[in-house]
Design a binder for this molecule. Structure first.
Ligand code: SAM
Length: 183
């Protein structure tokens, strides 16, 4: 069963993290998550980037800002959702991911500058992608791949205006609005 996945980004700083948080949201979408929750600074630019990409490349991915992440996560858990916290201090992702039930919504939490200690207790699973510090983007991609079995397929991106046609030596994009190939 494919779980409903919400990726929660803690502690976004508009100036410093603009690019990496946008990449995190795009990675969440491309890997098959349904929803993205931005915490920390309320950065319209990040949310707009994500909705523009969904408008052009399809699917039903949504995003929002939440000022109170802990309240959001407590509510999520109360409603029956499960919380996965990605942290280098957790259990190895390639052994624990199979134990995560997929019949309830999942919130996948990734840190930013400062991760509140309470998250470790609130989480049902603290999951490490290796035990070295690296990036929230790489941790999310590898975890999602393990959880859902690879990157999301085209069925996840219905209604796309732009569709990439794989090609060995160039860029081929179908634009459904103009119904012509562009390269
Ligand atoms: N300064 C933060 C702290 O002390 O917890 C960590 C910052 S790290 C660049 C940002 C986020 O990337 C972490 O909160 C975690 O979600 C994720 N991350 C980094 N390395 C990871 C790993 N080896 N396994 C799982 N997640 C990881």
């Amino acid at each position: 069963m494919r779980p409903e996945v919400t990726v929660v980004r803690l502690g976004h700083r508009q100036q410093r993290d603009k690019r990496i948080t946008s990449h995190l949201g795009l990675t969440a979408r491309a890997m098959g998550a349904n929803h993205f929750v931005l915490c920390g600074d309320d950065d319209e630019g990040v949310l707009e980037t994500l909705s523009d990409v969904t408008e052009n490349f399809g699917g039903s991915f949504t995003s929002e800002h939440q000022a109170k992440p802990m309240g959001f996560l407590r509510h999520f858990a109360k409603q029956g959702g499960r919380i996965v916290h990605l942290t280098m201090y957790g259990e190895a992702y390639d052994s624990v991911t199979n134990d995560i039930p997929t019949d309830a919504p999942l919130a996948v939490v990734v840190g930013g500058a400062k991760v509140p200690g309470e998250i470790y207790k609130l989480a049902d699973y603290n999951v490490a992608v290796g035990h070295q510090p690296h990036s929230e983007v790489s941790a999310l991609a590898l975890f999602m791949s393990e959880l859902l079995g690879g990157v999301a397929g085209p069925e996840q991106f219905t209604g796309a205006r732009l569709e990439v046609r794989p090609h060995p030596s160039g860029k081929v994009v179908i634009d459904r609005k103009t119904d012509s190939d562009s390269s």
